[in-house]
Ligand binder design. Structure first.
Ligand SMILES: [Zn+2]
Length: 238
Protein backbone atom coordinates (compact mmCIF):
# COMPACT_ATOMS: atom_id res chain seq x y z
CA UNK A 1 0.00 0.00 0.00
CA UNK A 2 1.19 3.51 -0.76
CA UNK A 3 2.67 4.99 2.44
CA UNK A 4 1.07 8.37 1.63
CA UNK A 5 -2.43 6.91 1.39
CA UNK A 6 -3.54 7.40 5.02
CA UNK A 7 -2.42 11.04 4.97
CA UNK A 8 -4.31 11.69 1.75
CA UNK A 9 -7.32 9.88 3.15
CA UNK A 10 -7.31 12.21 6.14
CA UNK A 11 -6.95 15.22 3.83
CA UNK A 12 -9.83 14.14 1.61
CA UNK A 13 -12.04 13.43 4.64
CA UNK A 14 -11.17 16.92 5.92
CA UNK A 15 -12.11 18.40 2.55
CA UNK A 16 -15.42 16.58 2.52
CA UNK A 17 -16.09 17.91 6.02
CA UNK A 18 -15.37 21.46 4.79
CA UNK A 19 -17.72 20.94 1.88
CA UNK A 20 -20.41 19.55 4.17
CA UNK A 21 -19.94 22.41 6.66
CA UNK A 22 -20.03 25.05 3.89
CA UNK A 23 -23.19 23.53 2.45
CA UNK A 24 -24.88 23.25 5.85
CA UNK A 25 -23.99 26.86 6.61
CA UNK A 26 -25.32 27.96 3.21
CA UNK A 27 -28.51 25.99 3.85
CA UNK A 28 -28.99 27.51 7.30
CA UNK A 29 -28.50 31.03 5.87
CA UNK A 30 -31.19 30.40 3.28
CA UNK A 31 -33.88 28.77 5.42
CA UNK A 32 -32.95 25.25 4.38
CA UNK A 33 -33.47 25.37 0.59
CA UNK A 34 -32.91 22.32 -1.57
CA UNK A 35 -29.83 21.90 -3.77
CA UNK A 36 -32.00 22.98 -6.71
CA UNK A 37 -32.80 26.23 -4.93
CA UNK A 38 -29.12 27.00 -4.53
CA UNK A 39 -28.60 26.54 -8.28
CA UNK A 40 -31.66 28.60 -9.19
CA UNK A 41 -31.90 32.05 -10.74
CA UNK A 42 -30.36 34.79 -8.64
CA UNK A 43 -27.79 32.59 -6.97
CA UNK A 44 -24.10 32.66 -7.86
CA UNK A 45 -22.76 30.68 -10.78
CA UNK A 46 -19.29 29.16 -10.64
CA UNK A 47 -17.45 29.98 -13.87
CA UNK A 48 -14.61 27.54 -14.52
CA UNK A 49 -11.91 28.52 -16.99
CA UNK A 50 -9.42 25.78 -17.88
CA UNK A 51 -6.52 27.90 -19.17
CA UNK A 52 -5.30 27.52 -22.79
CA UNK A 53 -6.59 24.71 -25.03
CA UNK A 54 -6.44 23.56 -28.64
CA UNK A 55 -3.39 24.83 -30.47
CA UNK A 56 -2.37 26.72 -27.32
CA UNK A 57 -1.03 24.04 -24.98
CA UNK A 58 0.36 26.56 -22.49
CA UNK A 59 3.48 25.47 -20.63
CA UNK A 60 5.05 22.11 -21.45
CA UNK A 61 5.81 20.01 -18.36
CA UNK A 62 9.06 18.14 -17.63
CA UNK A 63 7.35 14.93 -18.82
CA UNK A 64 6.07 16.52 -22.05
CA UNK A 65 2.49 16.92 -20.81
CA UNK A 66 0.64 20.04 -21.95
CA UNK A 67 -0.49 22.50 -19.28
CA UNK A 68 -3.83 22.83 -21.11
CA UNK A 69 -4.60 19.13 -20.49
CA UNK A 70 -3.70 19.36 -16.79
CA UNK A 71 -5.86 22.48 -16.42
CA UNK A 72 -8.79 20.70 -18.08
CA UNK A 73 -8.43 17.58 -15.88
CA UNK A 74 -8.72 19.65 -12.67
CA UNK A 75 -11.47 21.83 -14.17
CA UNK A 76 -13.63 18.82 -15.09
CA UNK A 77 -13.22 17.41 -11.57
CA UNK A 78 -14.21 20.80 -10.15
CA UNK A 79 -17.38 20.75 -12.27
CA UNK A 80 -18.18 17.19 -11.13
CA UNK A 81 -17.94 18.19 -7.47
CA UNK A 82 -20.01 21.33 -8.15
CA UNK A 83 -22.75 19.18 -9.72
CA UNK A 84 -22.59 16.83 -6.72
CA UNK A 85 -23.14 19.82 -4.41
CA UNK A 86 -26.03 21.24 -6.49
CA UNK A 87 -23.94 24.25 -7.52
CA UNK A 88 -24.57 25.71 -10.98
CA UNK A 89 -21.49 26.15 -13.14
CA UNK A 90 -20.33 27.18 -16.60
CA UNK A 91 -17.07 26.23 -18.34
CA UNK A 92 -15.21 28.33 -20.92
CA UNK A 93 -14.17 25.08 -22.62
CA UNK A 94 -15.03 21.43 -21.96
CA UNK A 95 -12.49 19.73 -24.20
CA UNK A 96 -9.13 20.35 -25.86
CA UNK A 97 -10.40 23.13 -28.08
CA UNK A 98 -9.98 26.83 -28.71
CA UNK A 99 -12.48 29.27 -30.16
CA UNK A 100 -10.66 30.18 -33.35
CA UNK A 101 -9.53 27.69 -35.98
CA UNK A 102 -5.92 26.57 -35.99
CA UNK A 103 -4.93 28.53 -39.11
CA UNK A 104 -6.13 31.86 -37.75
CA UNK A 105 -5.53 31.19 -34.04
CA UNK A 106 -4.95 34.24 -31.91
CA UNK A 107 -4.45 33.93 -28.16
CA UNK A 108 -5.81 37.44 -27.73
CA UNK A 109 -9.00 36.63 -29.65
CA UNK A 110 -9.49 33.47 -27.58
CA UNK A 111 -9.15 35.47 -24.35
CA UNK A 112 -11.53 38.17 -25.64
CA UNK A 113 -14.10 35.45 -26.33
CA UNK A 114 -13.65 33.95 -22.86
CA UNK A 115 -14.01 37.36 -21.17
CA UNK A 116 -17.23 38.03 -23.12
CA UNK A 117 -18.62 34.62 -22.15
CA UNK A 118 -17.72 35.15 -18.47
CA UNK A 119 -19.18 38.69 -18.39
CA UNK A 120 -22.45 37.38 -19.84
CA UNK A 121 -22.98 34.94 -16.92
CA UNK A 122 -25.37 36.45 -14.33
CA UNK A 123 -23.83 36.44 -10.83
CA UNK A 124 -20.69 34.71 -12.04
CA UNK A 125 -17.66 34.02 -9.88
CA UNK A 126 -14.59 33.01 -11.87
CA UNK A 127 -11.91 30.43 -11.13
CA UNK A 128 -9.32 30.30 -13.92
CA UNK A 129 -7.08 27.23 -13.66
CA UNK A 130 -3.44 27.29 -14.76
CA UNK A 131 -0.06 25.72 -13.99
CA UNK A 132 3.12 27.63 -13.35
CA UNK A 133 6.44 27.19 -15.18
CA UNK A 134 10.00 28.35 -14.60
CA UNK A 135 13.34 27.90 -16.41
CA UNK A 136 14.83 26.02 -13.40
CA UNK A 137 13.23 23.18 -11.42
CA UNK A 138 13.51 24.75 -7.96
CA UNK A 139 10.37 26.91 -7.61
CA UNK A 140 7.34 24.96 -6.37
CA UNK A 141 3.89 25.43 -4.87
CA UNK A 142 0.53 26.82 -5.81
CA UNK A 143 -0.23 30.52 -5.96
CA UNK A 144 -3.51 32.37 -6.26
CA UNK A 145 -3.69 35.64 -8.19
CA UNK A 146 -6.77 37.78 -7.77
CA UNK A 147 -8.46 40.38 -9.99
CA UNK A 148 -9.01 44.00 -8.91
CA UNK A 149 -11.58 44.77 -6.24
CA UNK A 150 -12.11 43.75 -2.62
CA UNK A 151 -14.30 40.75 -3.46
CA UNK A 152 -11.66 39.17 -5.68
CA UNK A 153 -9.01 39.85 -3.04
CA UNK A 154 -11.12 38.20 -0.34
CA UNK A 155 -11.84 35.20 -2.58
CA UNK A 156 -8.16 34.91 -3.58
CA UNK A 157 -6.78 35.08 -0.05
CA UNK A 158 -9.37 32.62 1.26
CA UNK A 159 -8.63 30.13 -1.53
CA UNK A 160 -4.86 30.44 -1.15
CA UNK A 161 -5.14 29.88 2.60
CA UNK A 162 -7.24 26.73 2.06
CA UNK A 163 -4.74 25.32 -0.46
CA UNK A 164 -1.90 25.81 2.03
CA UNK A 165 -3.89 24.39 4.95
CA UNK A 166 -5.27 21.29 3.26
CA UNK A 167 -2.78 20.48 0.49
CA UNK A 168 0.55 22.28 0.76
CA UNK A 169 1.68 22.87 4.35
CA UNK A 170 5.22 23.73 3.22
CA UNK A 171 4.13 26.38 0.72
CA UNK A 172 5.30 29.87 1.76
CA UNK A 173 3.82 31.77 -1.18
CA UNK A 174 1.11 34.39 -0.67
CA UNK A 175 -1.92 35.38 -2.73
CA UNK A 176 -1.14 38.40 -4.90
CA UNK A 177 -2.94 40.83 -7.22
CA UNK A 178 -2.91 39.51 -10.78
CA UNK A 179 -0.52 41.43 -13.06
CA UNK A 180 -2.39 44.07 -15.05
CA UNK A 181 -1.28 42.47 -18.33
CA UNK A 182 -3.14 39.21 -17.56
CA UNK A 183 -6.03 39.74 -19.96
CA UNK A 184 -8.75 37.66 -18.35
CA UNK A 185 -8.46 38.88 -14.75
CA UNK A 186 -8.13 42.46 -16.04
CA UNK A 187 -11.21 42.27 -18.26
CA UNK A 188 -13.89 40.42 -16.32
CA UNK A 189 -16.40 42.26 -14.12
CA UNK A 190 -17.16 39.51 -11.60
CA UNK A 191 -15.10 38.36 -8.59
CA UNK A 192 -12.24 36.46 -10.21
CA UNK A 193 -9.15 34.49 -9.30
CA UNK A 194 -6.49 32.72 -11.34
CA UNK A 195 -5.06 29.66 -9.60
CA UNK A 196 -1.59 28.44 -10.51
CA UNK A 197 -1.95 24.93 -9.08
CA UNK A 198 1.77 24.15 -9.11
CA UNK A 199 4.97 24.27 -11.18
CA UNK A 200 5.15 21.86 -14.12
CA UNK A 201 8.90 22.58 -14.09
CA UNK A 202 9.24 21.10 -10.57
CA UNK A 203 9.39 17.26 -10.34
CA UNK A 204 7.56 17.03 -6.98
CA UNK A 205 4.74 19.36 -8.03
CA UNK A 206 4.41 17.57 -11.34
CA UNK A 207 4.21 14.11 -9.72
CA UNK A 208 1.38 15.37 -7.49
CA UNK A 209 -0.44 17.16 -10.30
CA UNK A 210 -0.43 13.98 -12.40
CA UNK A 211 -2.17 11.98 -9.63
CA UNK A 212 -5.90 11.56 -10.06
CA UNK A 213 -6.68 11.77 -6.33
CA UNK A 214 -4.53 14.91 -5.91
CA UNK A 215 -6.42 16.58 -8.77
CA UNK A 216 -9.68 15.63 -7.01
CA UNK A 217 -8.44 16.99 -3.69
CA UNK A 218 -7.34 20.22 -5.38
CA UNK A 219 -10.73 20.58 -7.08
CA UNK A 220 -12.48 19.93 -3.73
CA UNK A 221 -10.48 22.73 -2.08
CA UNK A 222 -11.44 25.09 -4.91
CA UNK A 223 -15.15 24.23 -4.62
CA UNK A 224 -15.08 24.50 -0.82
CA UNK A 225 -13.39 27.91 -1.14
CA UNK A 226 -16.01 29.05 -3.65
CA UNK A 227 -18.83 27.98 -1.28
CA UNK A 228 -17.19 29.68 1.71
CA UNK A 229 -16.70 32.90 -0.27
CA UNK A 230 -20.19 32.85 -1.78
CA UNK A 231 -21.84 32.19 1.58
CA UNK A 232 -19.84 34.99 3.21
CA UNK A 233 -20.73 37.49 0.48
CA UNK A 234 -24.44 36.58 0.52
CA UNK A 235 -24.48 36.87 4.31
CA UNK A 236 -22.80 40.26 4.39
CA UNK A 237 -25.02 41.78 1.67
CA UNK A 238 -28.38 40.31 2.72
ZN1 LIG B 1 -1.22 29.03 -18.16
Amino acid sequence: MDADFPEHTVQIISLLLILAAALMFAFSMNNMPSAETIASEGSSCLVIDPGHGGIDGGAIALNGMKESDMNLAIALKLREIAVFCGQSSVMTREDDSCRTDYASYSEHEDLVYRAQLINAVPNGILISIHQNNYPTSQPSGAQVLYARGEQSKTFGELTHRNILTYLQNENRRVAEPAPKNLYLTANVDCPAILVECGFVSNPFDLDQLMEDHYQTAFAAVLLASFLQFDTRENTSYS
